[in-house]
Ligand binder design. Structure first.
Ligand SMILES: Cc1cc2nc3c(=O)[nH]c(=O)nc-3n(C[C@H](O)[C@H](O)[C@H](O)COP(=O)(O)OP(=O)(O)OC[C@H]3O[C@@H](n4cnc5c(N)ncnc54)[C@H](O)[C@@H]3O)c2cc1C
Length: 456
């Protein structure tokens, strides 16, 4: 049995920044971080496109689990905004949320991110152009670390943190129990106790988080799911947006259903990648800061949010079912030319090869209209034509659509404004709380709770 003042469950951005801030503000406290995945250097996804082509279901998954969490191999886009990426501001206030996101940015810059660029929508003429075309450009500043520099920052942070906290990798916490003095955590045959506990288990820990809320009688609320496709097109088509903003977060209200469709995770001259969430293969994208690793294509997601409440309320299962359907038909991710979708026919290897856009992900050519519900597909198609007005060529025949992209959100855990559950001393932060959905919000929530524990 090992005892600590504070135990952090999960070493994603939320857990990392909690540990970092506890080290600065309360160095007298003993801190342990329990992480289900490997340490950073041991994280390797076996998919190499040759011997291992698709996900073989490693446990733990090196993409989602381990030091750095789900964001370790991400594009490292730290968006500083209250307009998207989570609702942290509802708990801690808008100014505090922004100030913590800036603080996180400073730490990233100090730890290897210097030299990367910060982009901003402030004063952008694109705002007006979007408005004139029925689109809304959301406000944000974004630091783009890039997959490569993001990794360097994590390496540097780990080198510091391991001096200040005890890290236990390959340590999946199975149970949390409340005791008189605090909490007891069981991980396999190991037991830990602590006075205070910060849970930061991200998306991959969503099912486990539900079981903890059940066992400790913590109320939860269902959250939404975002479903759509990843668009890939020649980088030149979007360069006037991406050169100025790096990422344009653009929202469109469809004429047919008045649904909101939004762009998400834009990767200028990046690559499209597979993502594995609990064994389901979906699509994502990222890009590198290193010039030699840039491609000729830009990719971004187009997503429609769905939130179910009565009688069915499991929004995530709805998203999972659609993703499973694409996995069943395509053996993984499906790719289709926009021209084929509009002509009501599937894409084939030959049609893709004859196109002018070279796919950066080896996906199965197919027909997304057999996978995505009509309402969602109609919304996406409408938005592609709306984007074509500000970035002509978006609705080109050879534009590639990969499906499906699903953004799962954890159920919202009932928390007070300190991000503390009804059990004093038990905090839930990051994406696992349902409050955040991004690197910057998850990291900021970690700093916030650490300061609360340090007594500020
Ligand atoms: C491919 C990809 C690209 C992305 N790109 C971006 C981007 O550019 N910008 C952006 O803002 N966001 C991006 N995101 C989202 C971002 O990564 C997450 O919002 C962020 O990582 C959330 O941080 P977190 O600490 O809450 O959770 P996570 O990063 O998910 O970390 C949680 C950690 O907890 C561990 N864990 C789970 N259960 C347990 C348990 N029971 N016991 C012990 N440990 C456990 C997991 O192994 C994991 O390491 C991306 C995500 C992916 C997958």
């Amino acid at each position: 049995m090992k005892h600590y003042d504070v135990i952090i469950v999960g070493a994603g951005p939320g857990g990392i920044f909690s540990a970092y801030e506890l080290g600065r503000r309360a160095p007298q406290l003993s801190v342990a971080v329990l992480e289900a995945g490997h340490e950073l250097s041991g994280r390797r996804c076996p998919i190499d496109g040759k011997t291992v082509k698709t996900c073989i279901g490693c446990r733990p998954c090196s993409i989602m689990n381990g030091f750095g969490g789900a964001g370790a191999f991400s594009d490292g886009k730290y968006n500083i905004t209250n307009d998207f990426g989570g609702s942290l501001y509802e708990y801690i206030g808008r100014e505090e949320a922004l100030s913590l996101m800036h603080y996180v940015d400073e730490i990233n810059v100090e730890n290897g991110g210097a030299g990367t660029q910060m982009y901003s929508t402030a004063g952008s003429p694109l705002k007006k152009i979007c408005m004139q075309n029925g689109l809304q450009l959301l406000e944000a500043s974004v630091r783009h670390l890039g997959t490569d520099i993001n990794y360097v920052v994590l390496e540097n942070l780990y080198a510091k943190l391991r001096e200040e906290a005890d890290f236990f990798f390959n340590t999946h916490v199975d149970e949390i129990e409340k005791t008189e003095e605090g909490f007891r955590l069981r991980a396999g045959d190991q037991e830990f106790t602590c006075r205070k506990c910060i849970i930061s288990v991200g998306r991959s820990g969503s099912k486990w988080m539900e079981s903890v809320c059940d066992s400790l009688d913590i109320p939860t609320r269902s959250n939404r799911v975002d479903i759509g496709v990843r668009v890939e097109l020649p980088a030149a088509i979007f360069s006037h947006i991406t050169d100025a903003l790096y990422e344009g977060k653009i929202v469109y209200r469809t004429k047919k259903y008045e649904d909101l469709v939004r762009t998400f995770c834009m990767n200028p001259r990046g690559i499209v990648v597979n993502e594995n969430t609990n064994g389901i293969i979906t699509v994502n994208g990222h890009s590198f800061e290193d010039e030699s690793r840039k491609t000729d294509n830009t990719n971004f997601a187009l997503l429609v949010a769905k939130h179910f409440s009565i009688p069915f309320k499991d929004s995530n299962s709805y998203g999972e079912s659609i993703a499973r359907l694409s996995n069943m038909l395509g053996g993984g991710v499906i790719v289709q030319r926009f021209g084929d979708l509009e002509r009501g026919r599937r894409s084939t290897v030959q049609r893709i090869e004859e196109g002018t856009v070279r796919p950066t992900l080896a996906a199965t050519p197919g027909d997304l209209s057999l996978v995505l519900p009509k309402r969602i597909l109609d919304g996406i198609t409408e938005m592609i034509y709306a984007l074509d007005r500000i970035a002509p060529g978006t609705a080109g025949d050879d534009t590639l659509l990969y499906g499906v992209e699903v953004k799962f959100y954890n159920m919202e855990v009932e928390l007070n404004n300190d991000l503390e559950t009804r059990h004093p001393g038990l905090f839930v932060i990051g994406d696992g709380s349902g409050v955040t959905h991004s690197l910057s919000h998850a990291s900021a929530s970690g700093v916030y709770v650490a300061r609360k524990i340090a007594g500020e």
